[in-house]
Design a protein around this ligand. Structure first.
Ligand code: FAD
Ligand code: UDP
Length: 381
């Protein structure tokens, strides 16, 4: 008998399982339908012996000290500042758009102050910023939008940027200085021994049992658990009762090359050409020394595993219906990117999992039998 069944071994499921096991001394069964732990952050050594990310590049960045401190119990870190180039008009220039990007692309030598005026002269007036297109054209104007955002976004999401919520492109800032880092967060690191090793350590607790290759649908009628944490797609949990929520998928082409270096930075984006959106070379992220190198091409698709919730008004409305069902479902908690249908990064999912654990711990009394044992241990110490 388990106190909890946790569905999913990604950030959401693994962190909640660890908290329940270590802080409440409860017995937790964690399942995943995949044959590995770690969810989409899973990494592995490929045939060449290079550490790659099975589901595309995962770069850890956060401003949350609480999340960073929590994960630091389970991994050492390698400092890493992420830089991305976009291939535009036959050149590879930095994205987010910054002073270097504009000067290189247009053969100019503007200063930061001059760039502010240059952009202001091109920015379009948008009364109310609602869409992914609005955000960009109102900041850098239509020409740069077309070069960097329109094609990439259409390829990535399969719809026009004007059909997507502003939050999608608002992830990418515009800078008038020469800071070419993709992220500005306080903590930017990669787990030294990889994500999978970190997850092994999170799940390594005597109160936790892990079962892989196990889909929730085959265990849901079991009476071996009392409460449930679900981190898979919320619409699937409710049998798609109100219709399927839209998700965007990707297919990944992993390739090893007989050379040390393939590209100057970890990620190169292709907003104007090719069917793939970006190419990742992992050795930049991991710092691994190896005579060969491994890269991944990402091809967006409507079919396949659900990787991205699609932020647009119709899906938000449909999600609300499922959320109401979720709130009315006793003894089940929904956590993570697919279960709460939010375009969350790893650190946001980790923060959400820690917050959900705190709410559970406040709402449900800790099991008395274990409190007695703990008290006894304290008195006899
Ligand atoms: P997941 O990692 O999806 O884990 C859910 C798990 O539940 C899966 O393993 C799944 O198999 C399992 N599951 C689902 N349904 C069932 C079921 N019915 N029965 C059994 N098991 C089930 N974030 C960053 O911070 N930085 C990045 O650079 C970054 N890059 C990304 C790149 C790509 C291509 C993608 C797709 C995402 C990226 N992310 C990044 C986001 C990151 O992957 C997520 O925030 C995080 O992995 C979500 O964790 P999760 O536990 O919510 O979900
Ligand atoms: N984007 C773009 N061009 C780029 C980079 C990003 O149009 O060169 C847009 C695109 O819509 C993308 C979104 O910004 O989906 C968010 O980019 P991010 O790199 O954060 O995507 P993720 O890593 O989550 O796939």
């Amino acid at each position: 008998m388990f106190d909890w069944l946790v569905v999913g071994t990604g950030f959401a499921g693994s962190i909640i399982a660890e908290r329940l096991a270590s802080q409440r001394d409860e017995k937790v069964l964690v399942i995943d339908r995949r044959s590995h732990i770690g969810g989409n952050a899973f990494d592995r050594y490929d045939r060449a012996g290079i550490l790659i990310h099975q589901y595309g590049p995962h770069i850890f960045h956060t401003n949350s000290k609480a999340v960073f401190d929590y994960l630091s119990q389970f991994t050492e870190w390698r400092p890493y500042q992420h830089r991305v180039l976009a291939e535009v008009d036959g050149m590879q220039v930095p994205i987010p758009i910054n002073l270097t990007t504009v000067n290189r692309l247009y053969g100019l030598s503007l200063t930061s102050t001059e760039l502010e005026g240059w952009l202001a002269a091109r920015a379009e007036t948008v009364e109310q910023i609602h869409t992914a297109e609005d955000v960009v054209v109102s900041t850098v104007g239509r020409e740069l939008y077309e070069k960097f955002f329109h094609g990439y976004t259409k390829k990535q999401w399969g719809v026009e940027p004007s059909q997507l919520d502003k939050s999608v492109t608002a992830r990418i800032p515009t800078r008038t200085n020469t800071d070419d880092r993709y992220f500005c967060d306080k903590y930017q690191f990669m787990p030294t021994a990889g994500y999978t090793r970190m997850f092994e350590r999170i799940l390594d607790h005597p109160n936790i049992e892990v079962m892989l290759d196990t889909d929730y649908q085959y265990v849901k009628s079991s009476s071996r658990f009392r409460r449930l944490i679900f981190t898979g797609p919320i619409d699937e949990f409710f049998g798609n009762r109100y219709g399927k929520l839209p998700y965007r998928s990707l297919s990944f082409k992993h390739v090893s090359l007989n050379k040390r270096r393939h590209q100057p930075v970890a990620v190169v984006n292709y907003p104007q050409t090719n069917d793939y959106t970006r190419v990742t070379e992992y050795k930049h992220l991991t710092g691994q020394e190896h005579p060969q190198t491994s890269i991944t091409y990402e091809y967006p698709s409507d079919h396949g595993d659900p990787y991205y919730p699609v932020p647009r008004p119709e899906s938000a409305e449909l999600f609300k219906k499922y959320e109401s069902l979720a709130l009315a479902t006793k003894d089940v908690w929904f956590v993570g990117r697919l279960a709460t249908y939010r375009y969350y990064n790893m650190d946001q999912v980790a923060g959400q999992a820690l917050a959900t654990f705190r709410r559970i711990d406040e709402a449900i009394e800790r099991p008395i039998r274990r409190m007695r044992v703990a008290l006894h241990a304290e008195l006899t110490a």
